[in-house]
Write a new protein. Sequence first.
Length: 275
Amino acid sequence: MILVTGSTGNVGRNIVHHLLAAGEEVRALTRDPAGSGLPAGVEVVEGDFARPDTLSTALEGVQRAFLFPVFGALDGFLGHARGNGLERVVLLSSSAVTFPTPGWVGEAHQRNEEEVRSSGIAATFVRPTVFMANDLAWAEQIAATGTVQGPYAKAAMAPVDERDIAAVVAAALTSQKTLDHVSLTGPQPLNQVERVRIIGEVLGIPARFEEISRDEAHAHLVRHMPAPAADFLLDQLKSAVDGEGEAVSTAESVIGRPAYTYASWVEHRIADFRR
């Protein structure tokens, strides 16, 4: 039995589908089983990292688990996992843990990795770069005006499709060998101007990126996240402006197929952009 936490998110939902396709027994942890929308064949159970007493039952009979990165709340899960004899954990981490200056986000993921290592449970850390799914935040602007406003227009990154992240996690969960970590990016460095252009081409509408100042962007971001996280994201964009983009290191060798391109991701999420 494999337990998937964060099972209704962009990555978790895809992990569930990969594991079912591989013939695995899957149990999904969610705060709202009735509203999960998960496929038949999945045992859906209620649980919440903020309520550790709900986790012991979810871990009964489980050999391996995907661990969603809940910051500052993994101790209850890991305690019950040890007590139930969990054999392996695959933790969703971040490429930021490898940065010379990890920043707020990288340091938070480093603490998660250290906590999992200290548990004594065999573990694999999956460290993706920025998610393509983050660009769904542009959908409302594109629908309303066809213009996305943001800082550092020329910041080039190689964002990764959540389906590829899920495929790597599923491979790590089902492999006979425990990998220490897997780092992955998307297959192509793209700046923000190029990404908005691709979205417009797939949707069949004009779309452009309009650069705004860092201060304007920061004021918007802190409405949705802690200020240190906003600073980290803006610093990451700034550092990518003058470079040639991230070194591309896809997980093709792990998942056995080419990584999804940005255009293929937009096609996959086209309903979300049109909504």
